[in-house]
Every structure is written in C-alpha cells, then in structure tokens.
Design a protein around this ligand. Structure first.
Ligand code: TUI
Length: 309
C-alpha cells in the first residue's frame, strides 16, 4: 500500500506507532521500524538528554527510519525540540499542544513535522504553519484526548486540509485500518495494539490488563479541569472520578496521578497506577510481535479494500 504517507516517510507500510509516554522507547520503536512501519520514541516528560540517549540506542537497533514524538505539555519540550535537530531526526510528531514555535527550526533542519490534532481548526492551523502531514486523533484513543470521534474527525480533517491525514484512535486491526482509508486517511497511527506486543517494555500486568479488558472498560479522568485522559478503569480512576464529581480541583487531585503512569508501566501496579489505553483495548485478546501485528494489519486491510461487495 503506497500512499503519500509511505512516500513522505520512506516506509513500507502506512502504519505509525503512537509516541506513547513511558512505552514508546527504543525496543518498541526499533521493532516497528524493522517491521516496515514508522517507529516513534516518546519524548513525554523526559529531559532532552534522556531522549538523546533513546535516539542513540534506537539507532543501534535499526537501520530503518524512526521518529520522535514531542509532548508539548512537557517542561522539557524546548530541550527535546533542540535534541531532535542535533541528533538528525527526520520525523517529528507532536501532541498535547501547538508546535508552531518550533516549526521553522524543524523545517530548516529538514524534519518532516506531523502534528497530532483533535480538531479541524487545529489541523488547518498546522497546515498553514507548514506541517507535512497531520495525525487526526479521535477520542477513542488512550492518554490525553479531544472530544471528536475518529469516525467524525477524520473525514472532516481530510476535507479541510490538502496534506496527508493519518487516522488515530480505535484502530487495532485490518478492519479499522481499512475503515480509516475509506474515510480518506492515507495512514494510521496505532498505540494500544503495540502496547500489547512482545517487544513493548511494559510490565506484563499492564499488557494483561489490556488483554482482559472489555469494550466499556476505559474511563476518562480530568474532564472537569480540561485535561481529559483515557485509561482503563481501576481503583485510581474510581477515586479520581468520584472526587472530580465532588468538585475537587486539579491540584487537589494531582496526588492520584503523580508518577502513576510509570507505576503502571514499570511496576505493573494496574490498580493504583494509570493504565493509559484506548477504547479498542476490548478487541485485543493476545500479545503478538510487532512484525505479526503489522503484517496482519496490512494483509487484512488490503483484502478488505479489494473485496468485491
Ligand atoms: O498527546 C496525546 N496523547 C497523550 S500525551 C500524554 S502525556 C500526559 N500525561 C498525563 C496528562 C497529560 C498528558 C498522554 N497521551 N495525543 C495527541 C493529542 N493532542 N490529543 C489531543 C491533542 C491536542 C489537544 C489540544 C492537541 C492540541 C491541542 O490544543 C491546540 C492548541 O492550540 O493548544
């Protein structure tokens, strides 16, 4: 499947791995890259030097292209924005904000810039600012989310911009990928399916929580203070949502989520930790290699796109 996205990124399949905080490190990004997709390292809240180290380690694990996701709410976003240039990274995706202030420097360094957006207005703004492509991320996604669903957001963004659109949120198999193409996307960004992969350096308890989850097992914390985050229901989300309903402020609730993603990813505390995952977790029943995931996605997507109805 050749699209403007495979051309732009020099990859075999139009599949991008999400730049997930604490999850998208060198083992996962290199495995996705080696399987023909675009691997991404997640800058998350890490200092620039930590990201530099991940980039160098990833280079030792793959000859294929990979990128870095710059999480714009990070206190280290400015540092990470510089590190990607210094390290000669060719693709940057951004999340949780507006990357306009970095755009000129990144473009001058020959970086392909792909902002992740959750609205048509932000997509248009990003095209105007010089973005090379856009990830339109629906509210089905895990982590920090917007309001629109993938089904409604993707075609509206496709109509609003000329640059290629990559669909994200709720995609984990060939059916979802084919559906995204039907909506006009030229690539897909996939997160949760890659968390439940053999290569992801994520505690087994986290992967098993995804495998065990059902369709309505996710919850959104932080809606009341404008920072909605989707994760799998547990002791933490129950407590959080209850206190939110009682009108507690973001500051008063912070103790519940401080370091909680790391606690879930690294220590496997899936009760008190934050188990970020998308709504499609309910459809994931096994842990597979990135190679298997990517091969099956493409095979099943292509079969559907060629099917005679
Ligand atoms: O960024 C994401 N997903 C994330 S970031 C993250 S780390 C985190 N952890 C705890 C709390 C908050 C963040 C976990 N998951 N996805 C991309 C995305 N970007 N989704 C929504 C947006 C977005 C939202 C508002 C992009 C832009 C925006 O505003 C634009 C503006 O002009 O500021």
């Amino acid at each position: 499947m050749k699209t403007r996205v495979t051309e732009l990124l020099g990859i075999e399949y139009p599949i991008i791995q999400g730049g997930m905080a604490w999850v998208a490190e060198q083992h996962l990004a290199a495995a996705v890259a080696n399987a023909g997709g675009l691997g991404l390292l997640g800058g998350a809240n890490a200092p620039g030097e930590v990201v530099r180290d991940m980039i160098r380690k990833c280079r030792e694990m793959t000859q294929k292209p990979f990128g870095v996701n710059v999480m714009l709410m990070s206190p280290y976003a400015d540092d990470v924005a510089k590190v990607v240039i210094e390290e000669g990274i060719k693709v940057v995706t951004t999340g949780a904000g507006n990357p306009a202030k970095y755009m000129d420097a990144w473009k001058a360094a020959g970086i392909k810039v792909i902002p992740v957006v959750a609205s048509v207005a932000h997509a248009k703004l990003m095209q105007k600012a010089g973005a090379d492509a856009i990830v339109a991320e629906g509210t089905e996604s895990g982590g920090h989310i917007g309001e629109a669903t993938t089904m409604t957001l993707v075609p509206q963004v496709v109509d609003a911009v000329d640059i290629p659109v990559i669909a994200a949120g709720g995609i984990a198999d060939g059916r979802g990928m084919a559906a995204a193409f039907m909506l006009g996307a030229e690539g897909v960004q996939i997160g949760t399916r890659f968390v439940a992969s053999t290569e992801a350096q994520v505690h087994d308890a986290y992967k098993e929580r995804i495998v065990a989850s059902k369709d309505i097992d996710s919850a959104v914390t932080g809606r009341s203070h404008g920072h909605p985050v989707r994760c799998l229901r547990n002791q933490m989300t129950r407590e959080y949502v209850k206190l939110e309903a009682e009108g507690k402020t973001m500051e008063e609730l912070e103790y519940l989520t401080l370091g909680s993603l790391r606690k879930a990813v690294q220590e496997g505390d899936v009760q008190k930790g934050t188990v970020m995952a998308g709504q499609i977790a309910g459809m994931i029943h096994d842990i597979k290699s990135c190679q298997e995931i990517i091969t099956e996605l493409n095979r099943d997507c292509e079969a559907l796109l060629h099917k005679q109805w």
